[in-house]
Design a protein. Structure first.
Length: 157
C-alpha cells in the first residue's frame, strides 16, 4: 500500500516516508481493516459507528498504541475516497483502491467488510473476518480484542 501523504496518518500508523508499506509494518499489535466504498449506502450508514470505534480506541490509553484502524476504498479513486472521508469526517487513514487490486486480493468481498489482523514478528495474520455492519462499537471492539489475544486464527463467516 502507498504510505500516506499525511504526516498525521504516517505517525498514527508508525510509518516513515516512503513509497509503500506492508500491513506487518504498522506499529500496532492489532489492525482493523474496513473495506468500504463511497457508493455503498451501508458503508455510509456505518461510518459514524466506525468513527465511534476509532474514538473508543484512541481514548483508551491501554489500546491507543496497540490497535489501529485503516480503510480500503474499493473501486474508489483518491477523489472519491476524499469525498467519503470529508463527508463522514473519517479520522483514520483510508486508502484508495481504484483498480480493485486490494479488493481482488481479499477475494472481492462485499462492503462494508471488516478484517482483524494480528501483527507479530514481522508478519500479519488475519484472525477475524466479517461482512456487514457490526451491532455496536463496544461489542465489536471487545470481540476484536478477545480474538486478537487468541493463539489460533478464528475467521468468522
Amino acid at each position: 500500500m502507498a504510505v500516506p501523504d499525511s504526516k498525521e496518518h504516517r505517525n498514527y500508523l508508525g510509518l516513515k516516508r516512503g513509497e509503500s508499506f506492508r500491513l506487518s509494518q504498522v506499529a500496532a499489535d492489532t489492525l482493523i481493516v474496513e473495506v468500504l466504498s463511497m457508493y455503498c449506502p451501508f458503508c455510509q450508514a456505518e461510518a459514524p459507528a466506525v468513527n465511534t470505534l476509532y474514538a473508543m480506541i484512541e481514548d483508551d490509553p491501554a489500546l491507543r498504541e496497540k490497535v489501529k484502524i485503516i480503510g480500503i476504498a474499493a473501486g474508489n479513486t483518491k477523489l472519491e475516497r476524499d469525498m467519503f472521508v470529508d463527508t463522514f469526517d473519517i479520522p483514520f487513514p483510508v486508502f484508495a483502491d481504484a483498480d480493485f487490486l486490494f479488493h481482488k486480493a481479499l477475494g472481492e468481498v462485499r462492503t462494508p467488510y471488516f478484517l482483524g489482523v494480528r501483527i507479530t514478528g514481522g508478519a500479519a495474520t488475519v484472525f477475524h473476518s466479517s461482512l456487514g455492519a457490526f451491532e455496536d462499537p463496544a461489542s465489536f471492539l471487545s470481540l476484536i480484542i478477545e480474538r486478537s489475544r487468541s493463539n489460533s486464527a478464528e475467521v468468522s463467516p
